[in-house]
Design a protein around this ligand. Sequence first.
Ligand SMILES: CCCCCCCC/C=C\CCCCCCCC(=O)SCCNC(=O)CCNC(=O)[C@H](O)C(C)(C)COP(=O)(O)OP(=O)(O)OC[C@H]1O[C@@H](n2cnc3c(N)ncnc32)[C@H](O)[C@@H]1OP(=O)(O)O
Length: 240
Amino acid sequence: MLRSCTAGLRSLWALRGRREGAPRLSADLQPARRLFSTEKAVHKDWALPNPSWSKDLKLLFDQFMKKCEDGSWERLPSCKHTCTYKSEDFKTYFLDPQLVEGEGLSQAQLFTRGFEDGLGFEYVIFNNNDEKRTVCLFQGGPYLQGIPGFLHGGAIATMIDVAFGSCAAISGGAVMTANLNINFKRPVPLCSVVVIHSQLDKLEGRKLFVSCNVRSVDEKTLYSEATGLFIKLDPKKSST
Ligand SMILES: CCCCCCCC/C=C\CCCCCCCC(=O)SCCNC(=O)CCNC(=O)[C@H](O)C(C)(C)COP(=O)(O)OP(=O)(O)OC[C@H]1O[C@@H](n2cnc3c(N)ncnc32)[C@H](O)[C@@H]1OP(=O)(O)O
């Protein structure tokens, strides 16, 4: 059964709620495989092959799915909509009912999942919990063009942020990006597949330091290198 990816968001929103006096969720801030594993299946998982996936992407996907068989790796599911909006749990911890019920938020989608199949971000992230690292297989579609024929740098930065965010959230729970530093070394051809290898380098109090490299499928081309700083949200502080 599909496991929901919304527990992470619930964790984040619960934390926000708690800052304003809502009851504490025990799952909050726990290093968290549970971010990806506690909810019942309610929404489609988009981190799975669709007809727009190239041969390269499908091949890599199959290779990583094989690595999942012994439990050393796990595929992270990915929802398009911020699914918890309709859950009772979410309402319990989100204190502004207008935001929960309102048009704006009901239409909210994860930025990277807001495109038709194949046109934007096609990706799947695999996590190796013991090694504190993730691998993101990413095919950037035609709507992500920057200079003709190549991916927009902002699209690459977005994908790196998502890859980092997942890597950091697994260890840190509810985290936010504080700093991203990217060196773009080679332009990424539009519609090609790249592999983003992310690593949690250091955990220092509430600070999670991550780094990654973005490579071609054959690993010969290094497209980008990046570092990031994620901060575990502090339940005593307001994020707005
Ligand atoms: C993200 C959700 C996670 C939930 C789980 C999801 C599951 C995964 C599912 C699906 C993956 C999707 C993944 C998507 C990823 C996208 C992520 C984003 O787009 S996040 C939006 C962009 N980022 C912001 O808008 C932040 C804005 N900034 C802030 O809100 C604050 O600055 C914040 C929360 C980052 C820190 O604020 P403070 O008040 O809590 O903490 P202070 O005291 O300022 O800093 C703590 C320590 O960090 C250092 N620090 C803070 N910012 C720094 C910086 N920019 N550079 C260096 N150090 C910094 C400080 O110097 C301090 O260090 P000392 O403890 O004193 O040693």
